[in-house]
Design a protein around this ligand. Sequence first.
Ligand code: SF4
Ligand code: SF4
Length: 146
Amino acid sequence: MPAFWEHKTLDQMTTDEWESLCDGCGRCCLHKLEDIDTGHHFYTDVACRLLDSTSCRCSQYNIRESVVSDCLVLRPDSEKEFAWLPTTCAYRRVYEKKPLHWWHPLVSGDPDTVHAAGISVRDNVIHESEVNKSDLEDHIIHWIDF
Ligand code: SF4
Ligand code: SF4
């Protein structure tokens, strides 16, 4: 029997399956910029104030939507939002019918492999309180692909 992420679509997953699909990388919790002329997206190394930069998890996950108005809350029909996700994101990969990487905790069986493989943002980001919004462009990074 194939694993659930190999045969189910996002909208067929149970709540537990859906939640377990998040690899805990924290990448989607970084501030992003869009070039209004080209439509290109860019990630910065500036993290949402609710991101725990060590665990790479949201510190107020259950109420995130009401605390951070521009939080990227994913749902199975979030097609437009998937364009803002990194190519490594499991939601995006399942949506695009691509396999999960070896370091995904569901594949490796170990929640630390996402950190060991250098995919998570652990200890590699700046808290948003340390950066002026007008300076975000100076914080664009290129180690996350769209
Ligand atoms: S980028 Fe995707 S897999 Fe990584 S934390 Fe965000 S939702 Fe989870
Ligand atoms: S509020 Fe949203 S963007 Fe901020 S850390 Fe939580 S999940 Fe990430």
